[in-house]
Design a protein around this ligand. Structure first.
Ligand SMILES: NC(=O)C1=CN([C@@H]2O[C@H](COP(=O)(O)OP(=O)(O)OC[C@H]3O[C@@H](n4cnc5c(N)ncnc54)[C@H](O)[C@@H]3O)[C@@H](O)[C@H]2O)[C@@H](O)CC1
Ligand SMILES: Nc1ncnc2c1ncn2[C@@H]1O[C@H](COP(=O)(O)OP(=O)(O)O)[C@@H](O)[C@H]1O
Ligand SMILES: [K+]
Length: 499
């Protein structure tokens, strides 16, 4: 599990650590790790052309000390200074090792230096960066991103907000980000994650000073530990029965995909509740599902004895009758996943104060909005949700008192009082109709097996993203392809279980 901490927590931990170690020790450790990563990216250090982009703070200091180490191994190192001041000790070290420091004035010679470089090191701003990059930092960030050389960002790519991943204006696009002490949330959440490239952590001894993380990014082994293993003594009921309230006459596919997502992730049984037309379609594709044609508001099939969890919403409709059905489901004693039309009903459109039920219900509840749905739930702009995904998922989790999985380029999961989760898997190929319906079925299956909402969301999002990558080896996929690949993703993760 990768852990990330916010800037204020990192600052606090650094203060505590600095009080115990000799002056300058942390920067030396950071610079040594950074130089080693840079050296590893060059075919050979001797004779390589390295350009450092250097701001006025300690982030620039790290770059200068690392540059000095590379220069002492024979690299030709030039630093372009973005402002009038640079870290003095770092500048002295670089000069002593034979490197040069030039003020950046936006001239053709400096641009040429960047274009001729074998490696560019971004030390413009780190965790001290505030707001969008100012000039000339912004111009340098654009030049670095356009340079043909590999770009290594120091601590965070300049222009990326370390806490949120927000990118307000130009930002460095790095091939590798070398971060110090602990990961920063913005390195794992888009749009920042996409600018960070490969993220490498350099240990500077901060661990003992750090409290619990603000965000975690699970690895395959963490998902393997969550993934339910069917026990020898289990029957289909004990393994978990999932109730699915998805699809309607105009949107029958949503029901087929949601039920398929559950079956292909692994579940004891799916009880499908819906009208005759859509039920026929579901059973036609998945004869193993059990159709329940009872009145959808009836609570007889919503008892924990009948279902272990319920998914409601995909393609279901937003008529008053759907609001009544959602109310009946939320009134039940079982864990519930609300998606798509169910979320629209929670927003108020015809459903009344349904969202109040979320806070009141004792069992686990999970909402799985995309950015548009979350923007409506919170009454904010969609672009703000996409710019600061963690903040908005957390706000919804606090407001509704339940778990929230925000879908999109980085899927994030928020749960009141727990670290946020950034899902590491997935591909933009997932942006195709129906993949969200598959996700709700997959996560619902895991909830039915007994995983709490946050863990089911974490595990389901991981499997869903892996399935997308495994489905067609990088070729475009449809939601149906995703269904075929889900068992492969489950098997891959299960192979990683500790024995
Ligand atoms: N504090 C520590 O113990 C350690 C810090 N380290 C490094 O120190 C960095 C933090 O250093 P600082 O606190 O000096 O901060 P930074 O160097 O990240 O940024 C501060 C500088 O950037 C300028 N700046 C801020 N926002 C800007 C913007 N939007 N546009 C243009 N310029 C902007 C400020 O005027 C200031 O000159 C870390 O990211 C890391 O690289 C490492 O050496 C490890 C140890
Ligand atoms: N750019 C992207 N990168 C990675 N995953 C994405 C991207 N865009 C969408 N996804 C994923 O695709 C799925 C789309 O779900 P959703 O928006 O509900 O679509 P639908 O309602 O058509 O099923 C989600 O799992 C989401 O995280
Ligand atoms: K940087």
């Amino acid at each position: 599990m990768h852990s990330a901490h916010t800037v204020s927590v990192v600052r606090e931990a650094e203060r505590a650590l600095m009080a115990r170690v000799p002056e300058g020790a942390l920067m030396r450790r950071a610079a040594a790790g950074l130089a080693a990563e840079c050296a590893g990216l060059l075919p050979r250090v001797y004779g390589a052309g390295v350009v450092l982009l250097v701001g006025g703070g300690d982030n620039g200091g790290d770059a200068l000390y690392a540059g000095a180490l590379l220069a002492s191994r024979g690299a030709s190192v030039r630093a372009l200074a973005a402002g009038r001041t640079v870290h003095e000790g770092g500048a002295d070290a670089l000069r002593a090792a034979g490197g040069r420091i030039l003020p950046f004035a936006g001239g053709a010679a400096e641009e040429a230096a960047l274009f001729d470089a074998d490696l560019v090191v971004d030390g413009l701003v780190g965790i001290g960066g505030r707001g969008g990059l100012r000039e000339p930092h912004a111009a340098l960030a654009v030049l670095a991103s356009n340079a043909p050389a590999r770009v290594v960002a120091v601590d965070v790519p300049s222009g990326v907000d370390a806490d949120t991943g927000e990118v307000a204006g130009p930002a460095v696009r790095a091939d590798t980000t070398v971060t110090f002490g602990t990961h920063k949330p913005g390195l794992f959440v888009d749009p920042g994650a996409e600018r960070a490239g490969r993220v490498r952590l350099v240990d500077i001894g901060l661990g003992p000073e750090l409290p619990g993380p603000a965000l975690v990014r699970p690895q395959a082994v963490d998902i393997a530990a969550l993934l339910p293993a069917p026990g020898a003594e289990q029957d289909k009921y004990r393994r978990g029965v999932l109730g699915v309230r998805a699809g309607s006459d105009p949107y029958r596919g949503a029901a087929v995909l949601c039920v398929g997502g559950a079956l292909r992730t692994g579940v004891g049984m799916v009880r499908f509740g819906g009208g005759r037309g859509v039920a026929d379609q579901v059973i036609g594709r998945w004869p193993e599902a059990v159709a329940d044609l009872r009145d959808p508001q009836s609570s007889t099939d919503l008892s924990p004895g009948r279902v272990a969890a319920v998914v409601i919403g995909p393609g279901r409709g937003t008529h008053p009758a759907n609001a009544d059905e959602l109310r009946a489901v939320l009134d039940s004693e079982v864990p519930v996943l609300v998606d798509a039309d169910g979320l629209t009903l929670l927003t108020g459109g015809g459903g009344g104060p349904l969202s109040a039920l979320l806070r009141e219900r004792a069992p686990q509840t999970l909402l799985t909005p995309h950015a548009g749905e979350l923007s409506r739930l919170l009454d904010v702009d969609r672009v703000d949700v996409e710019a600061r995904r963690l903040e908005h998922a957390a706000r919804a989790a606090d407001r509704f008192g339940c778990t929230v999985l925000l879908k999109g380029s980085t899927t994030v999961i928020a749960h009141p009082g727990a670290p946020a989760v950034a899902n590491p898997t997935g591909t933009p190929l997932l942006a195709t109709a129906g993949t969200g319906d598959v996700l709700s079925g997959a996560v619902g299956a895991l909830m039915a097996s007994g995983l709490p909402a946050r863990e089911a969301a974490t595990c389901g999002a991981y499997l869903h993203g892996r399935a997308a990558s495994l489905a067609r080896g990088g070729a475009p996929i449809s939601a149906s392809d995703l269904l075929d690949a889900l068992p492969l993703a489950v098997a891959e993760v299960a192979r990683g279980r500790a024995v």
